[in-house]
Design a binder for this molecule. Structure first.
Ligand SMILES: [Zn+2]
Length: 282
C-alpha cells in the first residue's frame, strides 16, 4: 500500500509540474504574440494590446465651463451636452475639405497632425487657414511608429519636434497631443509617462471611435458606430482625414445637433483628462 501511495504521489507531482510548465510556456507565447501585434498593427489607430478601452467619463471641471456658468445669467443646464470632433493623421488633401464643411456649420474642431505631413509644403496653406479659423492643431508624432514611440521611448522627443513644426506654421505653441494607437498601453510605462508630465504635454484619447480608419468603412458604418457609441454628455470623437470621413461629416454634425449637443474645440485652459492610461496628470 505504501508503495502504491508513493507512486500516486509521484504522479501527482509530475502532473502538477507539467500543468505549471504549460501555464508558463503559454504565458510566454501569449506575451510574445501581443508584443508582435503591437508592432505590426501600425496603420490603424486602435491600441494594439488593450482590447476595448473602457468608456472614459469626462469630468466637467474645465475652467471655461465654470466661467461661463458663473457669468451666465441663467446657469447652464446640468445636462449640457458637448461634443469635440477630432481628426487625426493630417494634414492632407482633405484638411481644407473638412474645414470647409465645419465652417458651413460654424464649428471648430481639434486636429492632430503628423510631422511627415506637416513637412509637406502642399498642405501648409490648409494648416495655417485651419488654425486661423479657430481649429486646434495638436501633434500626433513624427513617425506614427509604435516601436519608435513606446519601445525606444522617443514619444516626447517626437511630439516636441511635431509641436515645433506646428508652431512654425501657426505661431501657436500647442501642448495637447494625441498618442498614436492611444495612450494605453504605450504610456502606461511609468518612465515614459513621467517624461510626458515633465515636458508639460497633455494627451487626449477619445471616448467614441468612429471606426472610419477601417478599410471597409462606409458613411453608413461610421454613422451607425457613432450613433451607438453616443451615450454621455461629453463626447470626444476619433476620426481621420479620409475621403469617407469628409463624405460622412455633414451627417455626423446633423446627428449631434439632433441630439442637442453643442460643438467645442479643445482649449488649453479648459483641459480635462481624457486618456486610456487613466492619468490625471496628462
Ligand atoms: Zn494616427
Amino acid at each position: 500500500m505504501g508503495d502504491l501511495n508513493s507512486v500516486k504521489t509521484s504522479w501527482k507531482v509530475i502532473t502538477t509540474g507539467l500543468i505549471v510548465l504549460a501555464i508558463i510556456v503559454g504565458g510566454i507565447i501569449g506575451f510574445k504574440v501581443e508584443q508582435q501585434q503591437a508592432v505590426l498593427t501600425e496603420s490603424t489607430e486602435v491600441a494594439p494590446v488593450v482590447k476595448e478601452p473602457s468608456k472614459i467619463v469626462a469630468p466637467r471641471n474645465d475652467k471655461q465651463h465654470y466661467q461661463r456658468q458663473a457669468t451666465h445669467k441663467n446657469p447652464l443646464p446640468k445636462n449640457e451636452k458637448i461634443v469635440y470632433l477630432t481628426f487625426d493623421d493630417g494634414p492632407s488633401e482633405y484638411t481644407a475639405k473638412l474645414t470647409e464643411i465645419l465652417a458651413q456649420h460654424n464649428i471648430q474642431a481639434t486636429f492632430f497632425m503628423q510631422g511627415v505631413n506637416l513637412k509637406n509644403k502642399k498642405f501648409t496653406k490648409a494648416v495655417k487657414q485651419a488654425s486661423q479659423e479657430g481649429h486646434y492643431i495638436g501633434a500626433h508624432s513624427m513617425t506614427h511608429n509604435y516601436n519608435s514611440l513606446y519601445v525606444q521611448k522617443n514619444f516626447v522627443a517626437e511630439m516636441n519636434e511635431t509641436i515645433q513644426l506646428i508652431k512654425s506654421i501657426t505661431s501657436k505653441d500647442h501642448r495637447l497631443v494625441r498618442a498614436p494607437y492611444g495612450s494605453a498601453p504605450g504610456l502606461q510605462n511609468k518612465e515614459l509617462l513621467n517624461e510626458v508630465v515633465s515636458a508639460k504635454l497633455k494627451v487626449w484619447d477619445w471616448n467614441i471611435d468612429s471606426m472610419d480608419w477601417a478599410r471597409n468603412a462606409t458613411p453608413e458604418s461610421i454613422l451607425s458606430t457613432i450613433k451607438s457609441e453616443t451615450t454621455q454628455n461629453t463626447e470626444v470623437v476619433l476620426m481621420h482625414e479620409k475621403a469617407v470621413t469628409v463624405d460622412t461629416l455633414p451627417r455626423i454634425i446633423q446627428f449631434f445637433k439632433s441630439q442637442g449637443y453643442s460643438f467645442e474645440v479643445y482649449g488649453t485652459y479648459d483641459h480635462f483628462p481624457m486618456n486610456f492610461a487613466h492619468s490625471k496628470k496628462i
